[in-house]
Ligand binder design. Sequence first.
Ligand code: 13P
Length: 248
Amino acid sequence: MRKPIIAGNWKMNKTAKEAVELIEALKPLVAKAKPEVVVCVPYTDLWAVADAIKGSKIRLGAENVAWADKGAFTGEISAEMLKEIGVEYVIIGHSERRQYFGETDASVNARTKQALANGLKPIVCVGETLEEREKNKTNRVLKKQVLEGLAGITDFTDVVIAYEPVWAIGTGKTATAEDANKTIGFIRRTIKANFGEDVAKALRIQYGGSMNPKNVKELMAERNIDGGLIGGASLKAEDFACIVNYKD
Ligand code: 13P
């Protein structure tokens, strides 16, 4: 009953010109996609990509959004600015934002609320570091990220969670499908205990971290995994299309 969602996170890659080339290559390859397909692209690519995806199945996402409406926040981009371009999804709290740019669970919460208040669909990222995993702190870390990041949210219809173990991002190391399913199961139980069973049943939770054409089938076969947030493999049209079309 949960529609799978495969989203590319381009991170800081592709100029606007390169972005259009990638979208043009991707369009025919995902024309019959069964899951929801999203590309989250750098701010500078948004206008060009919005234009290039017209008439296709591809939905547009950004990689962050400001928590304030407008004003003196140099370098930030508001929800209204994104909406005007046709952005539908927005990644919030990616581990790279947490690691390099001081993003906290509190800022994730503020951005998520702002996204929802403006009709944007947040993809809220959570995940443990290798050190936390080795110290058996995974569940504790995830519980805190989920509860603080989503505190005060009452309508989860448009919310997506991405579970991205930090040690699996860009490393070629993937969590085993079984392990990812178990951890996402824990996230779902946390959601159930705090936001109710209906929310937990309907909420889509993606896996992210070195997902690729080779491992996608196994990961997507797991009960709790509703999609993927794809970094490196989303930068090649063929690879991303293979992931999108994992069922074929
Ligand atoms: P990779 O797929 O390159 O490991 O990146 C995952 C990610 O961070 C997606 O947000």
